[in-house]
Design a protein around this ligand. Structure first.
Ligand SMILES: [Fe+2]
Length: 282
C-alpha cells in the first residue's frame, strides 16, 4: 500500500533514532553496553541515538538482536523502507490539535450527527469549531491518557457539551481536575453503548501511562500514545513498565482483526496487520 486516503502525508512519528532510544531504554542498555555486545563503536551508537546517521543493515540487525526487537523490521525502519497505508474510515474525521503535534478524531453513527470525540486537546476555539461543524450531538468525550496534548481542552469541550459523558481510566483522571468526578469509571473490556446496535469498547493498555486506554469502534481502534505506525509510545508511567506496554499491544491490540484501522495519537494511521508485519517492537 502507498497513499493514505483522507489524510495529509505526514512522516512517521518515530525516526530510527527514536526507535533505538526507546528500545535501549526498554532493554536498559546504554551505548557502551550495546557496543560491548555488538562490537559496534559506542560513539557511533551515541551519534545514531541523537539522529546523526543511521546503522547499516548489518549493524541494525546486530543491535536489534541485543535489544530484543525484530532485526528485519528494525533494519527496514533504519533504511526507511516502509510507510503505512490506511484509509480514514468514512465514519471518522481527523483534526490536528494545534498547537500540539497530536491527532484528534471525531467518529459518528450513520445519522452523521451522533458523535464521539477522541482526545479533547489543543486550542479550544479550533477544537470547538471542528466539533461544531456538523452540527454534532456529542455523546462521549473519550480520553486516551493524561498528557496535556491529549486532554488540555477537556473543560472547554465539557462546558460546550454538558450532556457529553467523559470517559477516562481512573489511573489518569487527575489530569482533568474536578471533571474527573464526572468521568465514567471504565475498566478493560467495558462496552459503552453508542446508537442502537453499536458500542465503543474500552481497552486498558498500560505502559505509556498507567491509565492509557484505546477505544475500539467497529473496525477502527483509537490507540492514543500506546501504538504508533512503526513504533510505540515512550514510558511515562508511575508503575507500568516497557514490558507492560509491549504486552498491552501484543495481547489487546494484536488480537484484533488484521484489517482493523489504527488511528494513533501521533503520526499517520496504519492497520493491525501492517503493525504485526512492520513494527520492530514485535
Ligand atoms: Fe502521551
Amino acid at each position: 500500500m502507498s497513499a493514505t486516503a483522507g489524510w495529509p502525508k505526514i512522516g512517521l512519528e518515530d525516526d530510527p533514532s527514536d526507535l533505538l532510544r526507546k528500545a535501549s531504554r526498554g532493554a536498559k542498555l546504554d551505548p557502551n553496553a550495546l557496543g560491548r555486545r555488538t562490537g559496534i563503536e559506542p560513539a557511533a551508537i551515541s551519534a545514531w541515538l541523537k539522529g546523526d546517521g543511521v546503522p547499516t543493515e548489518d549493524q541494525a540487525r546486530s543491535l536489534a538482536g541485543v535489544l530484543s526487537i525484530d532485526p528485519g523490521k528494525f533494519a527496514d525502519a533504519a533504511a526507511r523502507r516502509w510507510y503505512p497505508g490506511a484509509e480514514l474510515p468514512p465514519y471518522v474525521r481527523h483534526h490536528p490539535h494545534d498547537p500540539h503535534p497530536s491527532n484528534g478524531y471525531l467518529f459518528f453513527l450513520e445519522d452523521g450527527k451522533t458523535a464521539a470525540l477522541v482526545d479533547p486537546a489543543g486550542y479550544p476555539k479550533t477544537l470547538l469549531n471542528a466539533v461544531n461543524e456538523g452540527p454534532y450531538a456529542l455523546r462521549y468525550i473519550l480520553i486516551t491518557h493524561k498528557h496535556a496534548d491529549h486532554c488540555d481542552a477537556t473543560a472547554d469541550v465539557a462546558r460546550a457539551f454538558p450532556k457529553a459523558e467523559i470517559v477516562m481510566h481512573r489511573a489518569d483522571v487527575k489530569a482533568i481536575g474536578d471533571l474527573g468526578k464526572r468521568a465514567i469509571p471504565v475498566a478493560d473490556g467495558d462496552e459503552l453503548p453508542f446508537g442502537d446496535e453499536a458500542a465503543i469498547r474500552m481497552l486498558h493498555t498500560p505502559g505509556h501511562t498507567d491509565g492509557s486506554s484505546c477505544f475500539l469502534f467497529r473496525s477502527t481502534v483509537f490507540s492514543g500514545d500506546t501504538l504508533f505506525a512503526g513504533s510505540v509510545g515512550g514510558i511515562f508511567a508511575d508503575v507500568s513498565t516497557y514490558e507492560d506496554l509491549l504486552a498491552s499491544v501484543s495481547l489487546k491490540l494484536f488480537s484484533l482483526d488484521d484489517d482493523t484501522v489504527v488511528m494513533p495519537g501521533h503520526g499517520p494511521p496504519t492497520t493491525i496487520g501492517q503493525e504485526k508485519a512492520h513494527n520492530p517492537f514485535f
